[in-house]
Design a protein around this ligand. Structure first.
Ligand code: S3P
Length: 173
């Protein structure tokens, strides 16, 4: 059984724009533990994500991400991962020992959330929602593989979803 002194660690995965950061921040506040966003850690250390992809490629980004996930899990708390973290076998292995919440979202709800730049995988000629759908479909099995539970963020306020996740986490120590 987890001792009270240990932070109540929880990992959030899911496709781009599922609300991992907004929900994660709220869950951490309620659980009174640290919040770590691995994308933000990578940016702070290595610069903007589109530049990492352009200069070194996706494989290099996944290696940086795997290291960021490993460090975050050592620290503990609520940890939000980038949408593609689950594509890396090493990262999936790291998640095996931890409670993982898979956040899903419908394409209809995602449309309003993915405007603007910053996501190299949605850039280009193809409609971003179509790209998003194709990428989510490709990764679906990996999300299911690492997930301990699933919450949908399409309709409810982020606040409410965060509360439901906190309840779930407290029941799954
Ligand atoms: C990615 C998702 C992004 C970021 C990078 C790659 C992906 O994170 O890690 O652009 O492969 O799905 P968000 O899920 O927070 O957008």
């Amino acid at each position: 059984m987890t001792s009270e002194a240990e932070p109540l660690t929880l990992v959030l995965v899911g496709p781009m724009a599922a609300g991992k950061t907004s929900v994660g921040r709220r869950v951490a506040r309620r659980l009174r533990v640290a919040f770590i966003d691995t994308d933000k850690r990578i940016v702070a250390e290595h610069g903007p994500i589109p530049e990492i992809f352009a200069a070194h490629g996706e494989e290099h980004f996944r290696a940086l991400e795997r290291a960021a996930v490993a460090a975050a899990l050592e620290e503990g708390g609520v940890i939000s991962l980038g949408g593609g973290a689950v594509t890396d076998a090493g990262t999936r292995e790291l998640l095996r020992a931890h409670p993982v919440v898979f956040l899903t979202v419908s394409p209809e709800s995602v449309a309003g959330r993915i405007r603007g730049g910053g996501r190299p995988l949605l850039a280009g000629e193809v409609d971003p929602v179509e790209r998003w759908k194709a990428i989510f479909a490709e990764r679906r099995d990996w999300y299911d593989e690492v997930a301990s539970t699933t919450f949908d963020t399409s309709r409810l306020p982020m606040q409410r979803i965060a509360e439901d996740i906190v309840t779930w986490r407290r029941e799954h120590r």
